[in-house]
Design a protein around this ligand. Sequence first.
Ligand SMILES: C[S@@+](CC[C@H](N)C(=O)[O-])C[C@H]1O[C@@H](n2cnc3c(N)ncnc32)[C@H](O)[C@@H]1O
Length: 403
Amino acid sequence: MSDDFLSKSVMELYAHAARNGEQVCVPDGYDMEFLATYIPQSVLQIAMGCGVPVGLGTVRLGETILDVGSGGGIDCFEASRLTGKDGLVIGVDMTDEMLEIARNSAATVATNLGYPQSNVEFRKGRAEKLPVDDQTIDLIISNCVINLAQDKQRVFQEMYRALKIGGRFTISDVVADTSVPNYLLNDQERWGACLSGAMYTRDYLRTIRGTGFVGVHQIGVAPWGMIDGVHFSALTVTGYKVAVPPSKPSNEEQFSGYAVLKGPFKWVIDEYDQTFVRGLWRSIDQKTLDLLHLDPFRPWFLFSKDVVSGKMLNDDDPELLRIIPEDKPCVWQGHFATMTSLFERAEDDDHHQFESGVPIEICSKTNAVLATPQYASFFHILNRSQQSVSGEAVSCSPNGECC
Ligand SMILES: C[S@@+](CC[C@H](N)C(=O)[O-])C[C@H]1O[C@@H](n2cnc3c(N)ncnc32)[C@H](O)[C@@H]1O
């Protein structure tokens, strides 16, 4: 499908939905009863997100927030409440009918929130060419929109351009557990319904990181649908735009201290392609120090200015995190684990090597390990079996290795 044809058919679908007060998909996770206390019904009835990117403690007071593909404006109005009257919210959408409903509701929302005037502005535009100036946005949100765009890389590049250094995004979007086949990619109806435009999770995370974002990690995931064995999930991810370091700093400029991985993984490779082995101190440069000080990394690392590179933490150091699987038989039940957070590659204590966004099959024992609080935030666990599984338990290797 050509870009123009696709964009026109998506626009027509959402214009029709806006005119008729219909939902192409039903959002999950909102407290609609609460939102109805200040947001008009005309907006709520055309909410079509696949997550709650604006919730989850995402928005801070006084920020400038951009909502890519704002639709009827539900997330913009919730962002308006959360950022307070001194913040600014910009909603961008390509469909006139959506923009009209959103704009017509802005004054009512402001009155209901007790603001002297609305702090929400709706602009017509495309996600691929955002109508905002460079480096003016603190936080970008987007809810079930990027999968609809043909050129997703361009959308992420635009988001990167619009964000200030230190800015971040939190987006909910539909992804798939494999590459979507051509016959679905060309299915206009399913593309419009936020299904077949979904990218393989591996490629989605790669595209985001390839744009320059770091600290990319999952903050929520839910099943979205399944067609012909392709599983679609609604993924909410956050990532950061950090200062780009000079291309060739001297060794002295580079060195900034030492860091050690506490666990739970045995080793990880970070987004700058550096390996951290659990318990082994290594020197890091300023950009790595900045990266590892971001909130989602901090629980997994220790920092020091004056240890010796190569020094190991004692095996019984209470800071070390290890989740050893139980030494007992396990069962294959159809579970697959996809690592969706922070690292490019990692290995657990049972010889499983994970690559960002790639599902690997796991048995019941590993499923229990990855469900522990220490591991859970790194993974999306999906059961791909379509019928009940009646497999026998299989024995693992005697030294605790998985089957
Ligand atoms: C599934 S709806 C989600 C709307 C809103 N985010 C919500 O949660 O209710 C998708 C919206 O994205 C808009 N949209 C789709 N592709 C777009 C693009 N490339 N650029 C700008 N808006 C787009 C559509 O007009 C529609 O309003």
